[in-house]
Unconditional design. Structure first.
Length: 154
């Protein structure tokens, strides 16, 4: 019985993902690229960044991480100005990769867990995703997203 429980506990810890964005992983990656929201990265991306962080060449780590992430960020470029909802300006350049609603819901929830994704209209979703995916301080992004929602509600 003890063996079964031990095996179950071991499999549970393995099944949760080798590179779950724990504090150590997040801090390690943010040491070199502080503007990256690690919780929005895939396990593959986190693994690659942790591999770069563990490499011997300290001088090139930030450059290598940014080059790796640039391969993913070239897919979508978005600019957002926070204004009342009826006059939001969102511009997008090609190519734009289509994502499913779960991706958008998870991205918004990583900043605003209290917001019900289904209650947002397409314009609000686009504005919030644009804010979330731009470079900058993660706390500032959450504040900007809240300010946008407050402005669009009022």
């Amino acid at each position: 019985m003890k063996r079964i429980l031990t095996a179950t506990a071991l499999m549970t810890s393995i099944a949760t993902g080798a590179f779950a964005a724990d504090a150590y992983t997040t801090n390690t990656i943010n040491q070199y690229v502080p503007d990256v929201n690690v919780s929005t990265l895939s396990d593959q991306q986190v693994g690659a960044l942790m591999s770069i962080a563990g490499s011997a060449d300290e001088a090139d780590k930030e450059q290598k991480m940014r080059a790796y992430l640039k391969d993913f960020s070239d897919v979508t470029t978005t600019t957002v100005t926070v204004v009342p909802a009826d006059s939001v300006a969102v511009t997008t350049t090609e190519p734009v990769e289509e994502m499913d609603d779960a991706y958008y819901a998870n991205t918004i929830a990583s900043y605003l867990p209290e917001v019900d994704f289904d209650s947002l209209n397409d314009e609000q979703r686009a504005a919030l995703i644009s804010i979330a995916t731009k470079s900058g301080n993660e706390a500032d992004k959450a504040d900007e997203m809240r300010a946008y929602l407050d402005a669009s509600a009022g």
